[in-house]
Design a protein around this ligand. Structure first.
Ligand SMILES: C[S@@+](CC[C@H](N)C(=O)[O-])C[C@H]1O[C@@H](n2cnc3c(N)ncnc32)[C@H](O)[C@@H]1O
Length: 204
């Protein structure tokens, strides 16, 4: 899909994003992941800032999103949670940072939207300092055959309407990108993954 169209889809969702209440399980997944972030943090596709309540004090967040409407919500969430954040409105697939710029890279529910998620997974390892943290909460294809079948059928419609693929194989992607996964948890019939990782050795 054209990027302009994708941005419009997310702009339209922004007002819903900051009002939607997450379940206790979703909140606890975010908390256990995001509380491990430290130092200079890059947060990809920040949306309305759903992770901001869970950052420890002292982190400095660079938050990116290509939807201005989402960023406006995220700025308010950052202020309300005293998060030291700066915001960049850009397509993360078009931007580049110097090698080893960040102590921690965070992505939650963003790899479903990228045109080329594998190259993004490789990029973030370059941007992360050697031994730094890569913290991911992502959703993708279930290992339950019936659920996966439904996901494949519904995927074209879901991508067209909410801008999000439901058939990405998250663990295969981390493996193919050479990420060094230290801990992984999965939920909801393996559709959702929480991953604590570091850049693979070849990115040092
Ligand atoms: C499903 S939302 C997730 C938002 C947030 N990370 C969260 O956990 O609630 C996906 C976000 O990714 C942003 N996004 C998708 N593709 C992007 C890209 N290529 N560059 C920058 N932002 C992107 C959208 O604008 C949207 O805010």
């Amino acid at each position: 899909m054209e990027k302009k169209k994708l941005i419009r889809i997310f702009d339209r969702q922004a007002s819903r994003y900051d009002k939607s209440k997450e379940t206790l399980k979703q909140q606890s997944m975010r908390k256990s992941l995001i509380s491990k972030a430290e130092g200079e943090v890059l947060e990809l596709a920040v949306g309305a800032g759903a992770n901001f309540p869970y950052y420890q004090s002292g982190v400095k967040v660079t938050a990116i999103d290509f939807s201005n409407a989402m960023l406006e919500k995220a700025k308010i969430t950052a202020r309300n949670n005293n998060v030291d954040a700066k915001f960049i409105c850009s397509d993360i697939e078009e931007i580049s940072f110097e090698q080893h710029s960040f102590d921690t890279i965070v992505s939650t529910l963003s790899f479903c939207s990228y045109e080329n998620p594998l190259s993004m997974m490789k990029n973030i390892q370059q941007w992360c300092k050697p031994g730094g943290k890569i913290l991911l909460l992502e959703h993708g294809i279930s290992n339950n055959r019936f659920v996966a079948f439904l996901q494949k059928i519904l995927n074209p419609l879901l991508y067209r309407t909410i801008g999000c693929h439901h058939t990405r194989n998250i663990m295969a992607m981390t493996r193919d990108a050479g990420l060094s996964v230290e801990q992984m948890e999965n939920y909801y019939l393996n559709m959702v993954y929480v991953i604590w990782a570091r850049p693979g050795k070849k990115y040092y």
